[in-house]
Design a protein around this ligand. Structure first.
Ligand SMILES: NC(=O)c1ccc[n+]([C@@H]2O[C@H](COP(=O)([O-])OP(=O)(O)OC[C@H]3O[C@@H](n4cnc5c(N)ncnc54)[C@H](OP(=O)(O)O)[C@@H]3O)[C@@H](O)[C@H]2O)c1
Length: 327
């Protein structure tokens, strides 16, 4: 088949190359993990949902920096595969799998009991595990699945590990938020009622990311003076398995557009790694870090102290933290 004549013009070719280079470059932020010399020898890090996507690249980076890395994954098979791959690629033998399902508060409690029994320190906690496009469902513990997976599980996990993080301070907690958090809503008049109604369900992922951002901010305020810092990050739009719960059509469109415009999982991990290990992020607390590793203001929906406090208290009671206080 012959190309239309204008497509064979050298100018067209040159424009295509320039466009491809520009698109490729705009995916990269100004901060590059591989150029950062931070060493994590003697330090321990937990990364949830570390068997694939952003979490796997974060765990890989920590292992390269000689940390003791715990991959907190729900699937033994997928988790073990990632653990073995990271060990092989980095030569770091101090990489371990521990089973955690963030949608189950019982699993979160069992995981943290194991960590508190076995670990002497915890320098970095990355709350990465998350899912979008899940169908509406109530877990056996009576919690809505997406809220439990993306928000309540990480909320409880963080609380149960706070004592260890404080004893290890300076230590860093990172929550994976999203640029979509501004599209979410938190209705404090009836948080677990109205927000969970089935007909509002399309909104749920965004609500959980808004909740992540609000609770990270609230926890940061509560951690002031302890040496524990808490920040949330936006990884950008990243080509991972994140679209696995959507239709083939949507996944195909995402993949085609993503090939040109979206970040790779390694690039998407940069803002989390920046927040976790960089000198620049030392002491940074209560901030929202954008995908290019700069501090930006999150949505104004995160700025109302009364709403934030109410959400915090609702999360405490949904996870029974007020009846089973942290150590
Ligand atoms: N990709 C993006 O464009 C994007 C944009 C903004 C924010 N984020 C956030 O970035 C984080 C990582 O996403 P990703 O893009 O890397 O997605 P991904 O490739 O789908 O990876 C998600 C990880 O979370 C784990 N996970 C899901 N539900 C879990 C549960 N109940 N318990 C324990 N682990 C669970 C998955 O484990 P399995 O493999 O066993 O399912 C997987 O390891 C998420 O919090 C997401 O909201 C992603």
């Amino acid at each position: 088949m012959e190309l239309p004549s204008f497509l064979s013009h050298p100018l067209w070719f040159l424009c295509s190359v320039v466009l491809a280079v520009v698109l490729r470059l705009q995916r990269k932020g100004s901060w590059e993990a591989r150029k950062c010399r931070a060493d994590l020898t003697g330090k321990t890090a937990i990364v949830t949902g570390a068997n694939t996507g952003i979490g796997k690249h974060v765990a890989l980076d920590f292992a390269r920096r000689n940390a003791r890395v715990i991959l907190a994954c729900r699937s033994r098979e997928r988790g073990q595969k990632a653990t073995d791959e990271i060990k092989k690629e980095t030569g770091n033998r101090n990489v371990h799998l521990s089973i955690l399902d963030t949608s189950s508060m019982a699993s979160v409690r069992a995981f943290t009991e194991r960590i508190l029994r076995e670990e002497k320190r915890l320098d970095i906690l990355v709350n990465n595990a998350g899912a979008s496009g899940l169908p509406y469902a109530i877990t056996p513990e009576g919690l809505e699945l997406t809220f439990a997976t993306n928000h309540l599980g990480p909320f409880l996990l963080t609380h149960l590990l706070l004592g260890l993080l404080k004893r290890t301070a300076p230590s860093r907690i990172i929550f994976l938020s999203s640029f979509m958090h501004g599209q979410g809503n938190v209705d404090t008049s009836n948080i677990w009622g109205k927000n969970l109604e089935k007909n509002r369900y399309n909104d749920t992922y965004n609500c959980t990311k808004l909740m992540n951002t609000i609770c990270a901010k609230e926890l940061a305020t509560r951690m002031q003076g302890t040496g524990v810092t808490v920040n949330s990050v936006n990884p950008g739009i990243v080509m991972t398995e994140a679209m696995r719960n959507y239709s083939v059509l949507l996944r195909s469109i995402f993949n085609i557009i993503g090939f040109f415009f979206f970040k790779t999982a390694e690039e998407g991990a940069a803002s989390t790694i920046f927040c976790s290990v960089s000198e620049e992020a030392e002491g940074l607390n209560g901030k929202y870090i954008d995908s290019d590793c700069t501090i930006v203001l999150p949505s104004e929906k995160t700025q109302d102290p009364a709403v934030n406090r109410k959400l915090w208290e609702a999360c405490e009671s949904a996870t029974n933290l007020n009846t089973h206080p942290t150590k």
